[in-house]
Design a protein around this ligand. Structure first.
Ligand code: ADP
Length: 666
């Protein structure tokens, strides 16, 4: 009967010379199987006692014990029951020990025969894995460790058997006779000579284990090496991304690293959209003498592989490009033979660079050695990881460029705002000073002659009107620039807009002498699709200018004709003072006046053409000026969209009561 609950402890007390060792679980499995194989290959009928920690461990070996039971009737199997393991005899004795028994922490196998004896008596050590092991994420079984004795020494095996048989009797006292027979075998065999034992089966089993272990090790090394390579590659690309926001630099590093790692004939990285027909290649790495594609226009539109990847946004490869028809995810496509042959592509992989379902670029890998190439999933995964990094880099670079743009726009806006404040301040102060001086004179000099009084009043009124216009134009322009205008587009006859603009001009210039104005606008012209009020506003301003800068003896002509199929072009020409060629664009700037913004003499606000451009562009057209030079007249051209035929049924009239542009809705 055992003195302590542990068989190992009892054994060490009984045989104090024994030195326990540490065994990994896999070593115990190998030794146990080797011992069992030795029994199965032998000829004698040994006593075999096996103690499993749990029923489930025993289940994995049960078939072997059935075979062992064919050789000997002295087989005892102990385990902590989990389902139906129980105390019984079923071709051999099974002993269900209590789960709290120390046996549940031990692993024993004892074989004592006439030719052969061996024993394995071990206890599991509860050790938490070292941090470096934990980081390997090994299956928990692999790191289990046991402490104990493994030996062929017969005396030790007999002692271990004796201790285990005592345990058997504790749980199965009814086996007293059978156990006594086993104990007799132990005594009988103490003096046997083992020189005839064949160590073959034992050694073979161990060698098989060593081989399998080595194979597993190799596999693990390979996967660690692949992981390392992957990490190195991703790291170098990530650090390239950190170093630079320039996609070209990042592509350069990525393609070089990929080429070196994959050892493919050709690696390509390029930016593209799914709608691109071709792309000019700029980043490549070559191996094995492959021909370079740098500078080539690479066909995308007719390449079924590109189209497939762009559509599905997932990597795809063709292992054997020589086939006439390729099978891409069970979909048959015609191979781009010319491209394949011209560039000797034997196997082809494409991995998309995608961000939020938007195709940003492509990574291509070619093998050009005339043989099919099976793409390894880990390599495809690696390229996918790189493509992801490239996607991040591209988005980062895009965001940075946008930010730069925005910064510049903000700076420009800030400058404009300061200019505007200065100019507007001046524009408002000048007429205000005149008004103030006139009113002061009128109020302080009651004896002022009537004629002078009238002059003063007229000057004040003129400048008050100038201020009103300036403020109105300024408000109109800010509204247009803010994009808050609601355009009321409708099919309109241009001729009516011109008529309205001309009558508006005449009503404003009732007394002043105007140059001769001729309108050559055919009523047969197609209708325009525009907002009538705003068109009249533009035409009025251009006519105003033409008259303002032309002598009454000069001429102003309004013409209109189709421009291409979709636009009407209106031209307002005058024979007036003309515009210098370097001012043709500047005249559209806010507050531009030839005299200089800050020393205005003639009327006008300097905002008219800026307003015209905002309106015309808002209506979908263009406006520009032409002039042969100073004193050689000017032409202002503008285009407006022609109304689509199905909208032309009921032409609307420009909404201008009394021929005056209505400001009601602005
Ligand atoms: P405004 O006419 O109120 O000064 P505009 O923006 O309409 O402001 O015009 C800006 C400037 O463009 C004018 O001051 C003038 O110097 C020049 N300009 C406009 N139209 C003509 C024209 N038909 N002939 C010559 N110069 C013109």
């Amino acid at each position: 009967m055992s003195r302590s609950p542990s068989i190992l402890e009892d054994l060490l007390v009984a045989l104090p010379d024994l030195r326990p060792q540490i065994y990994f679980k896999s070593s115990l499995t190998a030794l146990s199987h080797a011992m069992e194989d030795q029994v199965l290959a032998g000829v004698d009928q040994p006593v075999v006692i096996a103690s499993f920690q749990r029923e489930r461990f025993y289940r994995q070996e049960a078939h072997r014990y059935l075979r062992i039971a064919d050789r000997t009737d002295q087989v005892y199997v102990l385990a902590a029951p989990e389902t139906d393991f129980a105390n019984r005899f079923d071709r051999y004795e099974t002993i269900a020990f209590d789960a709290t028994d120390a046996l549940a922490k031990e692993w024993h196998l004892v074989v004592v025969g006439s030719h052969y004896a061996a024993c394995l008596i071990c206890r599991e050590r509860q050790v938490s894995p070292a941090p470096e092991e934990a980081s390997l994420h090994l299956p928990p079984d692999q790191s289990r460790r046991f402490e104990g004795i493994w030996t062929f020494e017969r005396s030790v095996a007999c002692k271990a058997a004796e201790l285990l048989l005592a345990k058997v009797l504790l749980y199965r006292p009814e086996l007293t006779d059978k156990v006594a027979a086993a104990q007799a075998v132990l005594l009988d065999n103490t003096q046997v000579n083992f020189s005839n034992v064949d160590p073959g089966p034992f050694a073979e089993r161990l060698v098989t284990y060593i081989q399998a272990g080595q194979y597993k090790l190799l596999k693990a090394y390979r996967s660690i090496a692949a992981q390392e390579q992957r990490e190195r590659l991703v790291n170098s690309i990530t650090s390239a991304i950190r170093r630079s926001l320039n996609p070209d630099e990042i592509f350069k590093v990525a393609v070089q690293e990929l080429g070196q790692t994959l050892q493919a004939s050709r690696c390509l990285i390029y930016r593209c959209r799914d709608t691109d027909a071709t792309v000019t290649l700029q980043h490549e790495s070559l191996n094995h003498g492959a021909e370079s594609l740098i500078g080539q226009r690479w066909n995308l539109a007719d390449n079924p592989l590109f189209q497939f990847v762009a559509q599905h946004q997932e990597p795809i490869y063709v292992s054997h490009t020589q086939a006439d028809v390729w099978l891409l995810r069970e979909q048959e496509v015609v191979a781009p033979k010319e491209q394949v042959q011209r560039w000797a592509i034997a196997a082809w992989l494409m991995v998309p660079v995608v961000h939020q379902n938007r195709l940003l670029g492509m990574v291509e890998v070619h093998h050009c050695n005339n043989t099919a190439h099976d793409w390894h999933e880990t390599n495809v995964g690696l390229i996918e990881a790189i493509a992801n990094q490239i996607g991040v880099a591209l988005i980062q670079a895009e965001a940075y460029a946008n930010l730069e743009d925005l910064n510049q726009q903000l700076a420009a806006l800030d400058r404009t705002r300061s200019n505007l404040i200065a100019i507007t301040g001046h524009e408002l102060r000048t007429p205000l000073s005149t008004i103030q001086v006139c009113l002061e004179s009128l109020s302080t000099e009651p004896d002022m002659p009537e004629e002078l009084r009238q002059v003063m009043l007229n000057a004040a009124l003129t400048d008050a009107e100038r201020m009103r216009k300036l403020i109105q134009d300024f408000l109109t322009l800010s509204q247009l620039e803010s994009g808050r205008i609601q355009w009321h587009l409708e099919p309109l006859p241009l001729q009516e807009c011109v008529d309205l603009a001309m009558s508006s001009l005449r009503s404003r210039q009732m007394n002043g002498a105007l140059p001769e104005i001729t309108a050559q606008v055919s009523p047969e012209l197609p209708l325009i699709q525009a907002d009538g009020e705003w068109v009249v506003e533009v035409l009025s301003k251009l006519l105003d200018n033409a008259c303002k800068f032309t002598e009454p003896t000069g001429k102003v002509i309004i013409q209109a004709q189709p421009n291409g199929g979709k636009m009407l072009e209106v031209t307002i020409s005058d024979t007036g003072r003309g515009i210098e060629s370097n001012r043709l664009e500047t005249v559209f700037d806010r507050f531009y006046q030839e005299e200089g913004a800050l020393r205005r003499s003639a009327g006008g606000t300097g905002l008219g053409l800026a307003i015209c451009r905002q309106i015309v562009v808002g209506l979908g057209g263009r406006i520009w000026a032409e002039s042969a030079g100073k004193d050689r007249g000017s032409q202002f051209h503008l285009t407006l969209p022609i109304s689509p035929p199905d909208l032309e049924e009921k032409p609307a009239k420009p909404n201008h009561a009394k021929g005056k542009p209505s400001k009601a809705r602005r």
